[in-house]
Design a protein around this ligand. Structure first.
Ligand SMILES: Cc1cc2nc3c(=O)[nH]c(=O)nc-3n(C[C@H](O)[C@H](O)[C@H](O)COP(=O)(O)OP(=O)(O)OC[C@H]3O[C@@H](n4cnc5c(N)ncnc54)[C@H](O)[C@@H]3O)c2cc1C
Length: 383
């Protein structure tokens, strides 16, 4: 039986689900409000310099999920890439995440791992027995000096509030390494798509049963004629925001170009609170196998999203959680719609998790079709 599906959004979630359904012989129509595919992973060559630009902010692929790694590699060549982040703080440049090099440089010492561990334990504020806030947690782990230099200012700029107003859960583990490993991620598989993410997503969508309609906004009145909808737009948007808006942080990118090498690395954070941006990203360094005379950089500013802004990071404070539960209730009462992806489930999802969940969603749907069971509104609960 051929079934007709409507998928909302042409990001990774819809591409992976759409491909799976198309290969099973179903018809897939994708509505995308923007004039390009790729969602927030969209990459595009800069017309002036030829540099591959990560339009909605830098994206580095990293995963331990072998099936997901094989999946992306079946559509696009991934070249080796390790994320190494630097930070400018209090007039000096350090390596992140805080590692032995950072600690030795910051304190002007030459400690070995065990010495550094004992030293940091001395700095930690052990009077805080049960940390409740991000600030208390950081002080408990690393003490005031490292907290001030590496966490406080950056966090205030990123979240728009004082770390004493954020929950301790944001900083779950000791954010310090007592060796010289400065690879930002621990994952087994790490890399960058040779021709950018949009080229990869274009190949995932390249199937005769998939039709993509760009610059086409969906609203919930448009479901007629479709057997099922997979919706990767904002959960509250599906219901016309009728209960209120879920809070997001948005990013403003101040793009500038230069020649040669502007900062010598892909990501330079700025930890001081009097520098208004959180970081500068230099996009040519995300494709180190390419050579370009020109260079493209983004100064990145974070602020609370307004209705007309691109939603980036879900805030998920107490207020949002109550509202989220109400929207989840509405979604569960809506037949033939499954809410997917980072906006549809109001969660921050890395790309590998997005793909994993999309594969699981598509498979669960195939099982439901076979068994005549109803597909749930969520495969992963947002709560
Ligand atoms: C700043 C930033 C940096 C990130 N960096 C990384 C990283 O380094 N590594 C990593 O693994 N992950 C990273 N991510 C996460 C990554 O962006 C997500 O995993 C991925 O984009 C999720 O894909 P998606 O399809 O669920 O959502 P999206 O990519 O957001 O796609 C949703 C699409 O739906 C469209 N849409 C919404 N509403 C409608 C509507 N009503 N009608 C039609 N179309 C609609 C949107 O235009 C959008 O194109 C980052 C995310 C952000 C915000």
């Amino acid at each position: 039986m051929t079934t007709n599906f409507l998928l909302v959004g042409a990001g990774l979630s819809s591409a992976v689900i759409g491909r799976h359904l198309a290969e099973a012989g179903h018809k897939v129509t994708i509505f995308e409000g923007r004039d390009h595919i790729g969602g927030n992973c969209h990459t595009e060559r800069d017309a002036e310099t030829g540099v591959m630009v990560h339009i909605y902010g830098p994206h580095i692929f990293h995963t331990d999920d072998e099936e997901v790694w094989n999946y992306v590699n079946s559509f696009e060549t991934f070249l080796p890439y390790k994320n190494r982040v630097k930070t400018t703080s209090q007039g000096a440049v350090y390596s992140l995440p805080i590692n032995l090099h950072t600690i030795n440089q910051f304190y002007g010492k030459t400690m070995r791992p065990d010495e550094a561990r004992a030293f940091i334990e001395q700095q930690a504020d052990t009077s805080i027995e049960n940390p409740q806030t991000f600030e208390e947690q950081a002080l408990r782990f690393v003490g005031p000096d490292l907290y001030e230099a590496f966490f406080k200012g950056y966090t205030m700029k990123q979240w728009g509030c004082h770390p004493s107003e954020l929950p301790a859960s944001i900083l779950k583990r000791l954010p310090v390494r007592f060796n010289y490993d400065d690879n930002y991620f621990f994952h087994k598989f790490q890399g960058m798509p040779e021709n950018g993410y949009t080229a990869m997503i274009e190949k995932i969508l390249d199937h005769t049963n998939i039709e993509v309609r760009l610059s086409t906004m969906f609203d919930s009145a448009t479901t007629e004629g479709y057997d099922h909808v997979f919706y990767s737009g904002p959960l509250d948007g599906y219901f016309g925001y009728k209960l209120g808006r879920l809070g997001y942080r948005t990013l403003d990118f101040e793009k500038f170009t230069d020649t040669g090498d502007y900062q010598g690395t892909a990501v330079m954070n700025y930890g001081d609170v009097d520098v208004p941006f959180t970081r500068i990203t230099e996009h040519k360094h995300f494709s180190p196998w390419e050579e370009h005379e020109g260079t493209v950089c983004y100064r990145e500013f974070s602020r609370e999203a307004q209705p007309e802004d691109t939603p980036y990071y879900p805030i998920r404070m107490m207020d949002e959680k109550t509202l989220l539960a109400d929207y989840v209730r509405l979604a569960n009462e809506t037949p033939n719609v499954t809410f997917v992806g980072r906006l549809g489930t109001y969660r921050y999802l890395d790309m590998d998790v997005t793909i994993r969940e999309a594969l699981d969603t598509a498979r669960q749907f195939s099982d439901c079709l076979t068994n005549g069971a109803a597909m749930p509104a969520f495969v992963k609960s947002p709560l």
